[in-house]
Design a protein around this ligand. Structure first.
Ligand code: AFP
Length: 316
């Protein structure tokens, strides 16, 4: 596919919908992605002006839902419900999968985290929306079957990183609140410029601890914000690094959720030439048993993830 520059256009002249059309992305899939893009405009407004008070309800993990979580969830649900192409929805903020009852060709099912890292908003750090898309009515299947994944990062700039299986591309929201292409076919390079070690270091297994020390002694800079979306975005945009939220002595499954966080990010990083592992195997091969499944995650530069798996294997 010719790049924006080769097409004789400045890369800022191609918006999301046009780019997806020029990449021959299915019209219904384009609709899902553009609905999320539209939802992000309202979520930005909620973040900038919304009530940070607690909504008084809690999600299936028992975590207090901030008003923003609930609001972002409602915004995205509504747009996908009326899109006409969605069969089932699963939100990290809701306990069950929702069947779409409005008129729909029921082609796609979506798992999403409407506002990942929402607890960071009240300390003014970046947060994001994460979306996983299957062309199926079944959301409980391995992540390797996703047809697309994306995240929206609400930082100093609002950006969207998306893949439909034809590489990974970044868009930035312009003054008209449209997403314009910034860079296409983002590809991970070797090595680890940055690393994001989640969880409590003292609870790392010997193999994980050995890996963290390896990264540090090889010059990787610690970059951890506590937000999965900005932390992964930094690994991707810098073309090299590792994010990990490992198995811990008191949390053998780690913290992050398979359907809402790990499958979409693993899809994106693999599409960019990186790798995503549970520590003992490919993340995208995990067979989810339920929507609230969690997994340890090591994700980023391929050769670093291979090294991690070796350190974990040596443990046992
Ligand atoms: P919240 O969505 O509950 O704020 O958690 C964010 C998150 O799931 C993910 O975005 C981060 O990578 C991870 O938690 C940070 O967890 P720690 O606060 O334990 O470092």
């Amino acid at each position: 596919m010719t790049s924006a520059a080769e097409r004789g256009k400045t890369k800022y002249q191609i918006n999301l919908r046009r780019y997806l059309r020029e990449c021959d992305v299915d019209r219904d899939l384009t609709r899902v992605i553009c609905e999320i893009a539209n939802a992000s405009k309202y979520i930005i407004n909620a973040i900038r002006t919304g009530d940070l008070g607690v909504a008084g309800t809690s999600n299936l993990y028992g975590e207090q839902q901030l008003a923003l979580d609930v609001l972002a969830d409602r915004i995205i649900q509504k747009r996908l419900m009326y899109s006409g192409v969605v069969a089932n929805l699963a939100s990290e903020e809701l306990p069950d999968i929702i069947e779409v009852t409005h008129p729909s060709n029921k082609r796609y099912s979506i798992a999403f985290d409407p506002l990942d890292g929402s607890s960071l908003v009240d300390v003014n750090l970046a947060v994001g929306t994460i979306v996983s898309i299957f062309e199926s009515d079944n959301l409980l299947q391995p992540g390797r079957n996703q047809v697309a994944a994306l995240y929206v990062l609400y930082g100093p700039r609002t950006t969207m990183v998306v893949s439909t299986g034809k590489g990974v591309h970044e868009f930035a929201m312009n003054q008209l609140m449209e997403f314009d292409l910034v860079q296409e076919n983002i590809t991970m390079e070797g090595g680890a410029k940055v690393y994001a070690p989640g969880g409590t270091r003292a609870k790392y297994s010997p193999g994980t601890e050995k890996f963290a020390r390896h990264l540090e002694t090889n010059g990787a800079k610690l970059r951890y914000s506590g937000g999965f979306v900005p932390d992964i975005n930094q690994v991707l945009i810098k073309r090299g690094g590792v994010f990990m939220y490992p198995h811990l002595s008191d949390a053998p499954q780690g913290k992050l959720r398979v359907l809402f966080e790990l499958n979409p990010m693993a899809f994106l990083i693999e599409q960019a030439g990186g790798a995503a592992s549970t520590g003992r195997g490919r993340m995208l091969d995990v067979e989810p048993q339920g929507i609230d499944d969690r997994s340890p995650i090591f994700i980023g530069s391929k050769e670093e993830i291979a090294r991690l798996e070796q350190f974990i294997a040596e443990e046992s």
